[in-house]
Design a protein around this ligand. Structure first.
Ligand code: SAM
Ligand code: DTB
Ligand code: SF4
Length: 364
């Protein structure tokens, strides 16, 4: 049985920067691997307990039939993935799922919809879901596509805490993957969400055929936002049959680890989430990602539509690595937290996290 070991006192928290150049970021990405991992782990320890991982869970409240053409996605109506489209879930069903999650120890409930943007006719139900989940005493998080000025206000006023909206890759590579919207559309929604005062979860996908420069440029975009996203999900492409990326060759594991380490160094206080693709990763690859500074995962055996390792496998992995679920903590922003010496970093920052998987916890 693992006993939680309190880490040694660590160096002063890393300074938060928003002026990264591509060359600086690429030089970090290209460091000799041992140096890169050492630096990433040092930065990680200055803000986080390296043995604690945040557990997150997803609920797809509206699956498939999406108007966008994202080349990786099973839910796009442009591709023949064979996925059956469903309507927006009934509010009561969502709340019933939320109650179950709460009974299992969840503190945050996260809802995702396969939309280009929500329609006005859906907003009442969305607001009711947010209010209902809040009334259960849980934090709320959503990912619904692009948002108008009015919609961000509606979501904020309903009590939404977090919004997930990924930039996905570099601005240069973006049109190779998505043609129905622009990179600027994505950044505009992020700016609206931030301006309304909600917290941001934004990251991307690695392994879509992009180059190392694209991975680095994506991180530069995220780190040079006026405030770092509180959560940075790094997904490994799940090559889904019927999508344009179905035959995409798998990314080299060490390139993926380098992406995580570079994200950790550039955004020292953000939660870096090892997101999609864990079902295809070895224990060793995941261990390297955690060492490189990833400190959050999705738990449960499904993501939105694709497979995830599931709680039993994760409980075994956590036991092997001596990891423990992160406890819920008062939330703060990745940037403001650094202004307060001795304050703990945000342990629950993204739109799509928040569930301490009971099996993973009880296995210790
Ligand atoms: N429709 C909303 C949107 O696009 O923002 C929310 C749902 S969308 C499925 C959320 C994110 O999941 C995408 O931005 C992408 O980063 C990730 N994702 C989707 N399909 C994936 C896949 N096959 N492999 C890895 N990540 C994927
Ligand atoms: C994110 O960056 N990854 C999650 C969440 N945000 C919405 C989604 C992963 C989806 C993986 C493919 C699927 O389940 O269809
Ligand atoms: Fe639609 Fe989101 Fe999938 Fe793109 S990633 S097709 S926007 S559900």
């Amino acid at each position: 049985m693992n006993v939680h070991v309190k880490p040694e006192p660590q160096p002063a928290p890393a300074v938060l920067r928003h002026d990264w150049t591509r060359a600086e970021a690429k030089a970090i990405y290209d460091m000799p691997l041992m140096e890169l991992l050492y630096r990433a782990q040092t930065v990680h320890r200055s803000s986080f307990d390296p043995n604690r991982i945040q557990m997150s869970r997803l609920l797809s409240i509206k699956t498939g039939g999406c108007a966008e053409d994202c080349g990786y996605c099973s839910q796009s109506a442009h591709h023949a993935s064979g996925l059956k489209a469903s309507k927006l879930m009934e509010v009561e069903r969502v709340l019933a799922e939320a109650r179950k999650a709460k009974a299992q120890g969840a503190t945050r409930y996260c809802m995702g919809a396969a939309w280009r943007e929500p329609k006005e006719r859906d907003m009442d139900a969305i607001v009711a879901m947010i209010e209902g989940v809040k009334a259960l005493g849980m934090e709320t998080c959503m990912t619904l596509g692009m948002l108008s000025d009015q919609q961000v206000v509606q979501l904020r006023d309903a009590g939404l805490d977090y919004y997930n909206h990924n930039v996905d890759t570099s601005e240069r590579f973006y049109p190779e993957i998505i043609k129905t919207r622009t990179y600027a559309d994505r950044l505009n929604t992020l700016a609206r969400v931030r301006e309304a005062g909600m917290k941001i979860c934004s990251g991307g996908i690695v392994g879509m055929g992009e180059g190392a420069e694209d991975r680095v440029d994506m991180l530069v975009t995220l780190a040079n936002l006026a405030e770092h996203p509180e959560s940075v999900p790094v997904n490994m492409l799940i090559a889904i049959p019927g999508t344009p990326l179905e035959a995409q060759e798998k990314i080299d594991a060490l390139e993926f680890v380098r992406t995580i380490a570079t994200a950790r160094i550039m955004m020292p206080r953000s939660m870096v989430r090892l997101s999609a693709g864990r079902a295809e990763m070895s224990d060793e690859m995941q261990a390297m990602c955690f060492f490189a500074g990833a400190n959050s995962i999705f738990c449960g055996d499904t993501l939105l539509t694709a497979e995830n390792p599931g709680e039993d496998k994760d409980a075994i992995l956590f036991r092997k690595l001596g990891l423990e679920p992160m406890e819920a903590a008062p939330v703060d922003t990745a940037d403001t937290v650094s202004d307060r010496p001795g304050s703990t970093p945000d342990s629950g920052t993204c739109s799509l996290e928040g569930h301490a998987c009971p099996k993973a916890m009880s296995a210790r």
